[in-house]
Design a protein around this ligand. Structure first.
Ligand code: DAT
Ligand code: MG
Length: 195
């Protein structure tokens, strides 16, 4: 056990100060540090993004397919809910587009039925999700992306993905309360990353 791990172990279990000190004739305790601490060496492992299946995706029963893609890629689901979004949340969410000619139709469409909002976590998740989701206009989205596989017109492009880490943080706090996000250890975490 290295110096850093010894320090972490002592801060976690202050009563067990002998954890790392070898004692002759006694079996050494197996230290199981929480996985989150093993991952501490790789920055950005806990990056998060907001992914939302829009009303057309929910109506077309594409929720499972979207979730499957993110699960199979190796990201960790930390928040999930089905909701009927109202104009209040959407006007904040699409604040930057408020002067666009399609804004009114966009809000109408986004309030036309339920949305499935999710928070996914993992290394580089914002950038990777954008690539998985594809170009805004499905005509330009590559096959293999969500939009490239399931949509035709820009006004019905199935899914939302945050476009930067800063936007993701803003959007996650808009759609989720902090107690709706679950901080859990994924059992394949060690095998997904070089630890
Ligand atoms: P993205 O969703 O890829 O981040 P965006 O933020 O520019 O794209 O736009 C948000 C949504 O607005 C987009 O997913 C679909 C809709 N939209 C964008 N451009 C549009 C257009 N020209 N006509 C109709 N809807 C449009
Ligand atoms: Mg956007």
């Amino acid at each position: 056990m290295g110096f850093l791990q010894r320090c972490v172990a002592r801060s976690l279990w202050p009563g067990r100060r002998t954890l790392g000190a070898p004692r002759w004739g006694q079996p050494q305790p197996q230290i199981q540090l929480p996985r989150r601490l093993y991952a501490a060496g790789i920055p950005g492992l806990q990056e998060r993004t907001l992914i939302a299946v829009k009303p057309d995706g929910v109506q077309r029963r594409l929720v499972g397919d979207v979730i499957k893609r993110f699960e199979k890629r190796g990201f960790k689901l930390v928040g999930l809910k089905l909701l009927q979004a109202n104009e209040g949340i959407l006007s904040e969410h699409y604040h930057e587009l408020r002067r666009k000619p399609f804004y009114h139709e966009l809000i109408q469409y986004m309030t036309s039925g339920p949305v499935v909002a999710m928070v996914w976590e993992g290394y580089n998740v914002v950038k990777t999700s954008r690539a998985m989701v594809g170009e805004t206009n499905p005509a330009e989205a590559k096959p293999g992306t969500v939009r490239g596989d399931f949509s035709i017109h820009v006004s019905r492009n199935v899914v939302h993905a945050s476009d930067s880490v800063e936007t993701a943080q803003r959007e996650i706090s808009l759609w989720f309360r902090s107690n709706e996000l679950v901080d859990w250890d994924c059992c394949d975490h060690k095998i997904m990353y070089e630890l």
